[in-house]
Design a protein around this ligand. Structure first.
Ligand code: F6P
Length: 548
């Protein structure tokens, strides 16, 4: 493929952006009463409304042409077929196989992974069954009453977000605590809440080397063996990992190790044994529904024409703003407390995947990729950062995630307020408020003409700010599965068009490499290599504080 920005369709999109840059969505809606129905579609229990975007039919035609030119269809097929799309690590990215209910045969290194997945799922289901039926006993013979999961990044965000989101579907009352990052204070808090004899500890780490997770696991292991003897590791610890030997070395027996494979990326691993905390919370049946929701979205992504394909449309719209409007950020705003941790989860999906500056061949690229993903549960965000969305000169597209029905019908009344809030924000972002309207409002409120003239510019809301609505009938395991798969595919489609590798994360490695050296220096170990002056200055500052 020719370099992206040299493609004729790219150049046409640049010109087209200039043609429509001064047009207002307000006028487009006024001229076309069908705009909502033309630019919205329903897939199963998710309605996708993209009518409030800076797009015309011509925009969409050109964006689709861009997708075709980038051979997106071929790349999607390659992803699902298990081709080594993660080129730098020579790996497939087969999270879709984890939820493939047809168990399609895919051979990786001579093994049909469908059988590996089925065996791991069965093992996880047996574990969940043993805990729920009180057959799983701790080292002193008592049944399990608490769960603690230790992990970070993809080994934490997904399980933590999903167990919170689907609490209403919990079949078990076992409280699950997540320990992520290094903070002894937090660990102490958790330890104060659990009974060590009846707690099951999950070490969730694909690599089983991540510093934070392993430090926490060791602290926890020592604390427990001191209290309950060495057998506790074999009885009350589960490892979810691709590094089976490291887990064994830690003291965890094979029957308590749930496998993972290098063809499952950390941030795409919730569908694997990494989903154990979720399965322990909502049970095996609901966990299967969660996978089925993702599977249905996979089929949509695979089969729907690009013009009616939600992940593809989301990706194209995002590319439209990032590359043609120079937009640097993307807000994802769920209007339900249950999804309060969704944005950090999707932050990893998008930013760890697409924050790249070379293409698949390793050549520098001269266009932006990725976005700064941020956001907060809607009604909180409205009173914090939405001001900048409405009145700054920046263009920050927003995805609003709305839910029609609460899982507990008695709470449906607050659902009305939540949905009304989200719809108000989307309408305000699009319509804005003109100078004339503001001035008339001020005069009607008996402001003098000079006061009204002074205040009016401050109260003008330009509008024309784009947003999408993803409207879920209800937040069920199935719909959450579909929503997460939808975003995974959006990120993949973006990466495919940008011609980058969305499945590696080398940028994260440098910090990991530097950390042991800096830690050694902080702890007074002499170190020959010289670090930059700022780091050395701050190390000295930290040591001074410690010495006081
Ligand atoms: O932050 C980098 C990263 O490698 C993520 O991609 C991953 O989800 C996280 O660390 C945790 O890794 P592991 O599961 O190997 O502990």
């Amino acid at each position: 493929m020719r370099e992206l920005i040299e493609l004729p369709v790219w150049k046409t999109l640049v010109t087209h952006q200039q043609e429509i840059a001064d047009q207002h969505m307000r006028d487009w809606f006024a001229e076309d009463p069908q705009r909502f129905s033309r630019y919205s579609l329903q897939v199963d229990e998710i309605l996708f409304d993209y009518s409030r975007n800076r797009i015309t039919d011509k925009t969409m035609t050109l964006l689709h042409e861009l997708a075709l030119t980038a051979e997106l269809r071929k790349k999607i097929t390659a992803l699902f077929a298990g081709e080594p799309v993660n080129k730098t690590e020579k790996r497939a990215a087969l999270h879709t196989a984890l939820r493939d209910k047809r168990q399609t045969r895919i051979d990786v290194n001579g093994t049909n992974i469908a059988t590996l997945i089925a065996a791991a799922r069965e093992k996880m289901q047996r574990m969940v069954g043993a805990v729920h039926s009180y057959q799983w006993r701790g080292v002193t013979g008592k049944p399990i009453t608490h769960l603690v999961s230790m992990g970070v990044g993809g080994s934490y965000l997904g399980p933590m977000m999903c167990t919170h989101a689907l609490k209403a579907f919990a079949v078990s009352t076992l409280p699950c605590y997540f320990i992520s990052g290094i903070d002894d204070g937090y660990m102490m808090e958790v330890l104060a809440k659990i009974n060590p004899e009846t707690t099951l500890f999950i070490i969730a780490s694909k690599s089983f080397t991540t510093l934070e997770t392993m430090a926490n696991a060791r602290t926890m292991g020592t604390w427990l063996t001191d209290k309950l003897g060495a057998d506790v590791l074999a009885k009350q610890f589960i490892a979810v990992t691709a590094a089976l030997d490291r887990a064994r070395e830690f003291g965890i027996p094979d029957e308590h190790i749930l496998p993972l494979w290098d063809w499952v990326g950390g941030r795409y691993s919730i569908w694997s044994s990494m989903g154990l905390p979720l399965a322990l919370c909502i049970g095996n049946q609901r966990f299967t529904e969660f996978l089925d929701g993702a599977y249905a979205m996979d089929q949509h992504f695979l089969q729907a024409p690009f013009t009616a394909n939600i992940p593809v449309l989301l990706a194209l719209l995002s590319i439209w703003y990032v590359n043609f409007f120079d937009s640097h950020a993307q807000a994802i705003v769920p209007y339900t407390k249950q999804l309060r941790y969704l944005t950090p989860y999707l932050q990893q999906t998008e930013m760890e995947s697409n924050g790249k500056s070379v293409d698949l061949n390793g050549d520098s690229i001269n266009y932006l990729t990725g976005s700064v993903v941020f956001g907060e549960e809607g009604t909180n965000g409205q009173h914090a950062y939405h001001q900048l969305l409405h009145q700054s000169q920046r263009l920050i597209p927003v995805d609003f995630i709305l839910v029609g029905k609460h899982a507990q019908p008695s709470l449906d009344a607050s659902q009305d307020i939540l949905v009304a809030s989200g719809l108000s924000q989307a309408a305000a972002l699009m319509c804005g408020k003109t100078y004339t309207a503001v001035q008339a409002e001020l005069l009607a409120a008996h402001f003098s003409l000079s006061e009204a003239n002074y205040l009016a510019p401050h109260k003008v809301i330009p509008g024309n700010k784009p947003s999408n609505i993803l409207f879920l009938d209800q937040l069920t395991p199935k719909n959450l599965g579909a929503l997460l798969a939808l975003y995974e595919h959006k990120v993949f489609a973006q990466g495919a068009i940008w011609n980058i590798n969305s499945f590696d994360q080398w940028g994260v490695e440098l910090g990991k490499q530097l950390l042991p050296d800096i830690l050694a220096l902080l702890q007074g170990v002499p170190f020959s290599q010289s670090l930059d002056a700022a780091t050395m200055g701050l190390i000295a500052h930290f040591k001074k504080i410690k010495a006081r």
